[in-house]
Design a binder for this molecule. Structure first.
Ligand code: ZN
Length: 146
């Protein structure tokens, strides 16, 4: 797999220095998702204050794409409303479904546009989406409780 080298660097940086890693002791909802095709595992804790995502923490293991993607996602979505987060998640899902034809919207996705190149590799799309799918699940569960 070859990605633009700058993008590769940003992904590796998140992989080596993951953000928001280490599960919070309390949470509104906790989910665990696995990507069996690659062996990636992610557990995600979400804390909601009303409609606001006050905290996202995670733990996991797997390939650099899966781990960097969840790291970047937690950075991006913390402090956002559920409504804002849904727009960002939708945009990222569309980027991942683009098969390399989209560069992503940096105004919505910020640094997460670095995953644009991953959409060319069907085998890795699941890796990059794993944390985001976990977030969707966690948000639904937290709201159902709330
Ligand atoms: Zn993977």
């Amino acid at each position: 797999m070859e990605l633009d080298s700058l993008y590769q660097e940003v992904i590796l940086d998140h992989y080596k220095h993951p953000q928001h890693k280490g599960l919070s002791p309390s949470y509104s909802a906790q989910v665990s998702h696995v990507n069996t095709s690659c062996g990636d595992e992610i557990t995600l804790n979400i804390n909601l204050e009303g409609d606001l995502i006050s905290e996202l923490t995670w733990d996991g293991q797997g390939c650099s794409i899966s781990q960097a993607s969840v790291s970047m996602m937690t950075d991006l979505l913390t402090g956002k409303s559920l409504e804002q987060a849904a727009v960002i998640v939708k945009s990222f899902s569309e980027l991942m479904a683009s098969k390399g034809t989209s560069v992503g919207d940096p105004l919505v996705l910020e640094d997460a546009v670095v995953f644009a190149g991953v959409s060319k590799f069907p085998g890795r799309v699941k890796c990059s989406l794993l944390g985001w799918m976990a977030f969707k699940d966690a948000a639904i569960q937290a709201q159902a409780k709330g």
